[in-house]
Write a protein that binds this ligand. Sequence first.
Ligand code: PMP
Length: 376
Amino acid sequence: VSRFEGIVMAPPDPIHGFSEAFRADVDVKKLSLGVGAYRTEELQPYVLDVVKKAENLMLERGENKEYLSMEGLAAFNKVTAELLFGADNPVIEQQRVATVQGLSGTGSLRLAAALIERYFPGAKVLISSPTWGNHMNIFNDARVPWSEYRYYDPKTVGLDFEGMISDIKAAPEGSFVLLHGCAHNPTEKNHIPFFDVAYQGFASGSLDADASSVRLFAERGMELLVAQSYSKNLGLYAERIGAINVVCSSTDAAARVKSQLKRIARPMYSSPPVHGARIVANVVGDPALFNEWKVEMEMMAGRIKNVRQKLFDCLSAKDKSGKDWSFILKQIGMFSFTGLNKTQSDNMTNKWHVYMTKDGRISLAGLSLAKCEYLC
Ligand code: PMP
């Protein structure tokens, strides 16, 4: 009998769990709207031209494969913080940001969670309801207590602003408030804003515009945390490249925080991978490649915006129930939160071969103009 007999089967992941079911589905109409990964209009994966160019440069230069230090590639850490805050931001000039390369957005959130667990014992993280499903797992595994704040209003399929503010006000003093780039002011109770920036540039098409909420908080002189990811905006999903940034009120505090982040990384994975870090450093550090990246990102964001508009147009034209579909146009970024419940989402999959998460979220990046009609 196995010594592992007591280990039960883990449940399938709500987002990645149905990849196999999708592959096995032989219906030509099938649509994969579960995972948030950019697809072309032909619904194929996309490697950015600037990424290929940066990789060629790296090959030509014959870069080595030596270990990075615990904090990652210095050139990457420099450009990633500049990209987020703007190079001329006082927090950068005054060296008040502790930046450490992380294993993409997830790994960077996990580092921050470990920092919170170690140095803010008992502090709660407030998470929007709903949120990206992995947030709960990350804080559970890091043993950081969390609770939800109201965010979604089913009546408008929009924001419950009053509910959000009152839940943040009711939270214990000194809580961390996890935000997806939406700007509100949680200072009243010494809360610490904690931004998850997984889509910089992908929402509006502009890197600066999508960083504006983070910059606004920094401008107000607040201390804050920001996790970054290059999965979507540079299409580096499998390279696992991102960073955790902690903005502190002094240079000294930033140096101490950085030293502790490195210490947390060491027993977790020792040091991060170099390939994605070099790609980002090369693209952002080279004015020509940087400009090309912006053009490609506008193209990707633009395709999603077109799909969003088309989906709205189709639904408004076809649906005679009088339902107001304008929430689709008010939402931004890669996803649409449809308001479909679990039964309806199941029905979409089981009857119509449309694979989506059970909370009613669909990835518009997995949809093409040609398929809008069918989905509608
Ligand atoms: N945060 C949010 C809100 C996300 O949607 C994602 C990606 N789905 C991530 C973080 C992290 O993704 P990754 O680890 O690939 O950077």
